[in-house]
Design a protein around this ligand. Structure first.
Ligand SMILES: [Zn+2]
Length: 502
């Protein structure tokens, strides 16, 4: 955590006073204070990290850059702590700190979703190139909502849909309107929004777009390139499986998504051979045990066929509206049986505690189950015994600070619960959840907010970055390779940034 660069001058030990050099002696009070500080630091999540001399030099320089940024915003009377991410986004982008964090290797992005990976401007401009792409421009009804995108064959276009390209050409303002319909922003921290209702509408608007096989291929290629550009070498996607389709063949089997993604990876590997991908089979918290049972069977089948691609299982959607994790006890007790039947293990990576309420007790389940990592874990701090278990079980919490602010769980990011987890030795990594829905790409914005709002030093940043590989679902061999690459990238970053900030 952030060291205090303060120099204590003791008057008693001052050479000016005595006229000779004398070693400063600390009072008993000061000694106790210093050991208390050390004991607290020893409990933090990054206590095992020792920085090299060059890393320490860089740490001091980054601290100065941050200090300068904070004093500049203070002079300009910018209300940094009471502004939403969307309000300060231009300020972030113009900061030296952001430029610096963009060049920092991030390791892996462990928590993101299949519907939220890449830039909506790109989605619109790419979708309009397809003649068969349409947009619904009527009032919401039971089936479709305003701004919903879809592909249709000529002559089979449902009422209310118009050609996307024609609509964008005839109504130039519609592009900006559509961008807003596909992104969820918190314009300020005060106004009321029904976050989850609005959030889910964003996914619905692109839900018919992504399974169209030609578009699917372009979408993931772009998504992976965005991540690589932002120095992310590994990604794990909470993946909602849908049958891909096109108009020549109709629907393809589920596994076509995986084989297509493998082909996309091959293409990516021509320029970036280090890039790796894992999929976490995801279903929904609002389904019943019978449906989840079927989904688990499908997940196991896919894992058996593609053990290097499918890593685990998760349930998504608003925790306040869906079932508790314990509701699915029946399904979880079948996991051992399924392990044996398919000869593969399918660990859980559950979203749990994406809530500010103590009445949501989903974090209790993750300590009981074979659950490797926890999505969000925002209310874990209210369950001290479980927090201790999670620490002892060495399970990582995937923290997505910007997502947490936009969905209304945290306003002033200085008060993010993950700071309590980090101080208490719970391992975390930084994720972006659904960056495209929040109006950005990559992982640098999330690192920027943690660096600025949580007083993180280079030691903490390094631990978060390396955690994202160490706690990834890669196997030992893959991890070893990934860590070798990350170490090289990290050393290179430290050296180059040290030179640049001279
Ligand atoms: Zn999520």
């Amino acid at each position: 955590m952030m060291k205090k660069y303060l120099i204590y001058i003791s008057l008693l030990g001052s050479p000016l006073f005595w006229g000779q050099t004398k070693v400063t002696e600390k009072s008993v009070y000061q000694q106790k204070w210093a050991s208390s500080e050390k004991e607290n630091e020893a409990m933090a999540f990054d206590a095992d990290i020792k920085l090299s001399d060059t890393e320490m030099a860089l740490d001091k320089k980054i601290f100065q850059v941050r200090k300068q940024f904070l004093s500049d915003t203070e002079k300009k009377k910018i209300s940094l702590y009471n502004s939403s991410f969307n309000e300060i986004k231009p300020l972030i982008e113009s900061s030296k700190l952001f430029e610096l964090l963009q060049t920092m290797p991030k390791g892996g992005l462990l928590h993101t979703h299949s519907g939220g990976i890449t830039d909506v401007k790109w989605i619109i401009s790419t979708a309009r190139k397809y003649q068969e792409c349409y947009v619904y421009d009527q009032k919401d009804n039971d089936q479709f909502i305003f701004g919903q995108l879809a592909f249709f064959e000529k002559g089979k276009v449902p009422n209310g849909f118009v050609s996307l390209d024609k609509k964008l050409t005839s109504t130039p303002d519609f592009e900006k309107e559509l961008q807003d319909l596909l992104t969820l922003k918190r314009d300020n921290l005060c106004s009321y929004t029904d976050y989850w209702i609005e959030f889910e509408k964003r996914f619905k608007r692109i839900s018919l777009l992504l399974p169209y096989r030609p578009f699917f291929k372009e979408y993931y290629l772009k998504g992976f390139k965005d991540l690589i550009k932002d120095k992310v070498q590994h990604v794990e996607i909470r993946y909602i499986f849908d049958e891909l389709y096109d108009f020549q063949h109709g629907k393809y089997p589920l596994k076509t998504s995986i084989t297509d993604l493998k082909d996309i990876l091959k293409e990516i590997h021509q320029s970036d051979p280090q890039f790796t991908l894992k999929l976490i089979y995801s279903s929904f918290k609002f389904l019943d045990n019978e449906s989840i049972g079927k989904q688990l069977e499908t997940a196991f089948e896919l894992k058996k066929e593609f053990p290097d691609m499918i890593s685990g299982f998760d349930l998504v959607a608003d925790e306040a509206a869906g079932h508790n994790i314990s509701f699915f006890e029946k399904s979880w007790t079948k996991l051992d049986e399924l392990n044996k039947k398919y000869g593969v293990e399918l660990p859980l990576y559950l979203h749990a505690g994406e809530s500010s309420s103590i009445l949501n007790k989903n974090v209790l389940d993750v300590a009981l189950l074979n659950n490797k990592r926890i999505g969000h874990g925002l209310n874990l701090i209210y369950f001290p015994k479980t927090m201790e278990q999670i620490r002892k079980q060495n399970k990582l919490v995937e923290v997505s600070p910007i997502s947490n602010q936009i969905l209304g769980y945290v306003s002033d990011l200085r008060n993010h619960p993950a700071r309590v987890l980090l101080s208490n030795g719970i391992q975390c990594s930084i994720s972006s959840d659904d960056p495209s829905v929040y109006g950005y790409t990559g992982l640098s914005y999330d690192f920027w907010v943690t660096q600025v709002y949580w007083d993180l030093d280079l030691k903490a940043l390094k631990k978060l970055v390396f955690n994202s590989i160490n706690y990834s679902s890669m196997n030992d061999g893959e991890k070893k390779k990934a860590l070798t690459y990350l170490n090289q990238q990290w050393d290179d970053f430290v050296q180059k940034t040290n030179q640049k900030l001279n």
